[in-house]
Design a protein around this ligand. Structure first.
Ligand SMILES: [Zn+2]
Length: 194
């Protein structure tokens, strides 16, 4: 692990954002570790610092707006947008489908930075990408605070730039050793149907 990665992870740990147990991820996979980014993002100074650091990777991308999926992506989009001097949108589920609401709009050809707090399978981000594409926007980069893809293909068709990479095992429920051991399953970040 790089020194920079370790420093960021230490800040997550200090903020109480790194939990250990048996967790159900939004992706449906189970994991012995969970990153509760809300614990980091509840501190505006820390959120601003970390997102400011992440935003530097996109300084040359001429980003015109930042968008993430509700709820996890809202604050990350907001802080990235603040650092980049552009506007922040979020997409949210309505009847299960990711949509733009609240009068949010993307102009045809607009240069969009997609973002999320934690990316495990890329499922939600891919849905937001489709929302951007349907509006005629152009996704120029993808950002996350935490990359948990562990080498899985995200399906985004472009690299994911993350502040920290966490290589923690994830299991489908049917082959989860913690399920087999009868450990109670916790759903810390469940925000909607997937
Ligand atoms: Zn399990």
């Amino acid at each position: 692990m790089s020194a920079e990665n370790q420093t960021v992870l230490d800040q997550f740990r200090e903020a109480g954002a790194l939990l250990e147990g048996h967790f159900l991820l939004t992706s449906g996979l189970h994991s012995p570790k969970y990153l509760q980014c809300a614990q980091v993002m509840q501190d505006p100074a820390l959120a601003g610092r970390l997102c400011g650091q992440l935003a530097r990777a996109f300084a040359g991308d001429r980003v015109e707006c930042v968008i993430g999926p509700a709820i996890g992506g809202i604050l990350v989009a907001y802080e990235l947008a603040r650092a980049l001097g552009v506007r922040a949108l979020f997409a949210e589920r309505r009847d299960g489908a990711m949509t733009l609401r609240r009068g949010f709009a993307i102009r045809p050809g607009e240069r969009v930075l997609l973002c999320e707090d934690v990316v495990t399978t890329g499922g939600s981000l891919n849905e937001v990408r489709e929302v951007v594409a349907a509006a005629g926007g152009q996704v120029v980069a993808v950002a996350a605070l935490v990359d948990r893809t562990s080498g899985r293909e995200s399906g985004l068709g472009m690299p994911l730039t993350a502040l920290v990479t966490v290589d923690v095992p994830t299991y489908p429920p049917e082959s989860c050793p913690m399920c087999r051991a009868g450990r109670p399953l916790v759903s810390p970040g469940r925000t909607g149907k997937k």
